[in-house]
Design a protein around this ligand. Sequence first.
Ligand SMILES: Nc1ncnc2c1ncn2[C@@H]1O[C@H](COP(=O)(O)OP(=O)(O)O)[C@@H](O)[C@H]1O
Ligand SMILES: [Mg+2]
Length: 212
Amino acid sequence: MNSQGCFITVEGGEGAGKTTNMTFIKQCLDNWEVPYIHTREPGGTELAEQIRELLLNKRDEKVAPTAELLLVFAARAQHLAEVIIPALQQGKVVLCDRFTDATYAYQGGGRQLDVSLIQDLEQRVQGTLRPDLTLLLDVSIETGMARAGQRGELDRFEQENIAFFNRVREAYLARAAEYPQQFAIIDAGKSLNEVQKQIKSVLAKRLNISNE
Ligand SMILES: Nc1ncnc2c1ncn2[C@@H]1O[C@H](COP(=O)(O)OP(=O)(O)O)[C@@H](O)[C@H]1O
Ligand SMILES: [Mg+2]
C-alpha cells in the first residue's frame, strides 16, 4: 500500500467509457481541490508511449504473447519510476487509465498466458505497490464494441474476436471478486449520467469527501 497519495486506476474493456469517465473524475477532484496527476497505460512517459505504439499498432508479424507481456511491463517499470511513484510520494492522487489488472485481463485472460508469470513480473516490477482503488467499468461486449466502433479505426487489441473479449471481461470480474477491497464494479451499460453518479459516490467515499 502507499503510505502517501492514493493510486486510483480505471479499468474495463474496449468502449466501456474509461477515457470519457476519466474526464469526469478529474472534474470531481478539481471541485474537491484534491491534488492529482492523470496518466495512462501502456504509456505515461515518452519511452512508455513509444512502447504503447509498438503494442497497439497493427502489424503483419504475429506478436508472441510473452513478448507482448514483457513490453507491457517494460513500459510499466518506466512509468512507475518516472511518474507514478514520485507523484504518490508527493501525496497526490494518481489517476491511471488502465494498469496491471489490464495485464491480468488481456495477457492473462485474453492471451491465456500463465497467470503465475504475470504475478512474478508484478512482484518484480512493482514490489508491494498496488492500486488503492480500481473502478472496473463493466459492460457487455456488444455494447462496448458498438461504442468503440464509433471511434474509428480499430487497434491491434480492438480487432480481436468476441471470445477474446469475453475472456478479458471474465478475467476482470474474477480479479474484482478476488480483491473486493480494491475493486468497485461500475455498471457501465447504464447512461453516462448513471455511471457518473456511481463513480462519484465511490470516489467520495474512498477519499473521505462528503458527497453533496
Ligand atoms: N455510459 C455511456 N453511455 C453511452 N455512451 C457512452 C457511455 N460511456 C461512454 N460512451 C461513449 O462510448 C465511446 C467510447 O468511450 P471511451 O471513453 O472512449 O471508452 P474506453 O476509453 O473505455 O475505450 C465514446 O464515444 C463515449 O462517448
Ligand atoms: Mg480509452
